[in-house]
Design a protein around this ligand. Structure first.
Ligand SMILES: NC(=O)c1ccc[n+]([C@@H]2O[C@H](COP(=O)([O-])OP(=O)(O)OC[C@H]3O[C@@H](n4cnc5c(N)ncnc54)[C@H](OP(=O)(O)O)[C@@H]3O)[C@@H](O)[C@H]2O)c1
Length: 281
């Protein structure tokens, strides 16, 4: 079994490909899956799970869209049952801080009888550069229904390092690692910091949650995503997660990456360069 691959669910997700790349660099066999791979893995289609999971020894599990959604607990229960039946030894679940639904899904893992880890993370810094906030930044106006609540954003490169550590170091098993960046920042402070490195202004505008949801609806967002955004912005982002945590130090013995260092990486990647600047470069 030691030669069997490590399964990564979420090949194209922000953490999945990073975990995959790191494990391969260390010489581990991996099988990274999602809806667009062969074999296919689709959370919405349980008949796809068995083939994707069979013959693997451990799994890094990212649920989509988010463990906060009400159906997540039951889906994770079915997934864990199949993992045990197929002989997987160790499951590592990516989870979110302060989410009631995520906590229920975590308990399923903790009570599974398999080895487990929970990697429970704050909001990702990479939401500003690889996700739903990127468009607003490139347009110079980040519009969100978030006030002065500070969030200690985590760099997903740190998160991937922790996931690899728990997958490869047996002494870290059966523990929760609660991960955040080293300092909490409001969205307005993040926009100001991003303005300072992009060469163009990025303004933060707080909008009422209903207006934000209407805009998402107009862009074709489905009901589960609308529910999730409402939950995240009205409940989870109420200050309960503002305190930074020590999970990165506990797992890796080094401090978490600061927002300023994340900014330097994104600037070097060119992600925040506007098209006109790219064309004339
Ligand atoms: N973003 C945050 O700030 C944050 C913070 C804490 C925790 N989390 C947790 O992170 C997880 C999401 O990770 P992420 O933000 O990294 O995801 P993401 O980048 O948005 O993941 C997108 C990828 O997921 C795959 N996917 C979509 N629907 C799928 C389905 N039904 N079955 C299988 N794969 C599917 C897609 O690849 P294909 O098209 O190839 O299927 C897509 O490329 C959630 O569980 C959330 O709780 C997120």
């Amino acid at each position: 079994m030691q030669d069997a691959p490590i399964l990564i669910i979420g090949r194209n997700a922000k953490t999945g490909w990073r975990v995959d790349r790191r494990l391969q660099a260390l010489g581990h066999m991996t099988r990274a899956v999602s809806r667009s791979t062969t074999p296919t893995f689709d959370w919405q289609a349980p008949h796809t799970w068995r083939e994707a999971m069979a013959g693997t020894r451990a799994a890094y599990v990212t649920f989509h869209p988010d463990l906060a959604i009400p159906s997540a607990e039951q889906t994770i229960r079915e997934f864990v049952t199949l993992a045990a039946e197929l002989g997987l030894e160790h499951l590592v679940l990516l989870s979110g801080r302060g989410e009631d639904g995520a906590r229920r899904a975590e308990r399923v893992l903790e009570q599974s009888g398999l080895d487990w880890n929970i990697v429970r993370a704050s909001w990702f810094m990479q939401n500003f550069s690889e996700s739903f906030m990127l468009d607003g930044i490139l347009k110079g106006e980040l519009m969100l229904p978030a006030g002065d609540i500070a969030e200690p954003f985590i760099d997903v490169d740190d998160l991937a390092d922790v996931a690899v550590a728990v997958l490869t170091r047996p002494e870290l098993r059966n523990r929760v690692f609660e991960l955040s960046g080293p300092r909490a920042m409001t969205f307005a402070q993040c926009a100001t910091a991003i303005s300072g490195v992009t060469g163009y202004p990025v303004r933060y505008t707080r909008v009422p949650v209903e207006r934000f949801l209407d805009a998402l609806r107009a862009q074709g967002a489905d009901q589960p995503l609308l529910w999730l955004m409402h939950e995240l912005f009205t409940k989870v982002l109420d200050g309960r997660n503002s305190q930074p945590t020590s999970g990165v130090v506990e797992a890796l013995g080094r401090p978490a990456t600061d927002f300023d260092d994340y900014l330097s990486k994104v600037v070097a990647s060119g992600t925040w360069q506007r098209q006109s600047a790219r064309a004339s470069a």
